[in-house]
Design a protein around this ligand. Structure first.
Ligand SMILES: [Zn+2]
Length: 285
């Protein structure tokens, strides 16, 4: 079993959205869950914008995301961190992993990839390849890990290898986030349950670098009426900034937290009540 190594004595958490559009209810729930878990433990809460995929980015969201958080009273500590500023650290980590024998270049196209998008051809044995850079997942990776909320989180399947640097030269999300979460000193990573498998990939990278992972907590996934996960890609509507109190109450309900008394009519009071009454044990899904 891979264990999160950080202690509960100190707490530094974060919310790390990609700037691909305005926040929707699913991302507000994640922001609120990570904020409340941090604040209820007397912890810091940082905001990092994961802007390492320019083709998918939306310029306006660099302003709309912080504005939306502030409108809901979700104020972060320190200045906003931009993941794109960390390129050198990402390259250094790639060098370390490459020297330790974890990486190989892959020239496969989408059509030739195997199950779960893994390279299954002989790329690993060739030295003449221009393409993406992949991380070779060790054979003995367990599929269970400790979670702050879930009893026994099980990752159904992990590919044999995955991309850490793309064919177009951009650093892949898994690598960048694994490294930044270590270097920025987060003790706790609270994120959506759809990222369970990503957490495991990132823990495997931490392990390969000989570093302790943060503790992970996965929150319930927010779905629409047809049961599909809310996401920017599927056109989930932006959070309505005219109704912050109602939005927070709805998000608290999704997180199965007590509803603050009706007379509380500002975000500060609602958040104060929610912080005092925050419960982890109801979050298992
Ligand atoms: Zn390949």
């Amino acid at each position: 079993m891979i264990r999160g190594g950080a202690t509960d004595l100190i707490y530094r958490g974060r919310f790390a959205p990609s700037p691909t559009g305005p926040l929707h209810m699913g991302s507000l729930v994640t922001a609120l869950g990570s904020y409340l878990d941090a604040r209820s433990h007397g912890g810091e809460w940082r905001l990092r914008i994961d802007d390492i995929d320019p083709p998918r980015q939306n310029k306006a969201s660099f302003e709309s995301i912080p504005f939306c958080l502030e409108s809901h009273g979700l104020t972060w500590d320190g200045s906003i961190i931009l993941q794109s500023q960390r390129r050198e650290a990402h390259e250094r980590a790639l060098s370390k992993l490459r020297n330790a024998g974890y990486l190989f270049a892959c020239g496969c196209t989408r059509a030739t990839l195997g199950e779960l998008g893994a390279c299954i051809s002989d790329c690993r044995d060739r030295i003449d390849i221009e393409g993406s850079v992949r991380y070779r997942v060790p054979n003995d990776v367990p599929d269970l890990f400790d979670d702050l909320f879930l009893k026994k989180p099980r990752v159904s399947s992990l590919p044999k290898n995955f991309i850490v640097k793309r064919r177009d030269g951009l650093i892949a999300y898994q690598l960048a986030t694994a490294i930044d979460d270590l270097d920025e000193g987060y003790t706790h990573v609270i994120r959506g349950g759809d990222l369970l498998e990503s957490s495991l990939r990132q823990m495997i990278i931490h392990q390969a670098l000989g570093r302790l992972s943060p503790k992970y907590g996965h929150l319930p996934i927010v779905t629409d009426q047809s049961g599909n996960k809310l996401s920017k890609q599927t056109g989930a509507p932006a959070v309505d900034l005219d109704t912050p109190n109602a939005n927070l109450r709805l998000a608290l309900g999704i997180l199965r937290q007590p509803n603050p008394p009706k007379y509380m009519d500002c975000v500060e009071d609602i958040l104060r009540h929610a912080t005092i009454n925050w419960r982890r044990d109801v979050l298992a899904f």
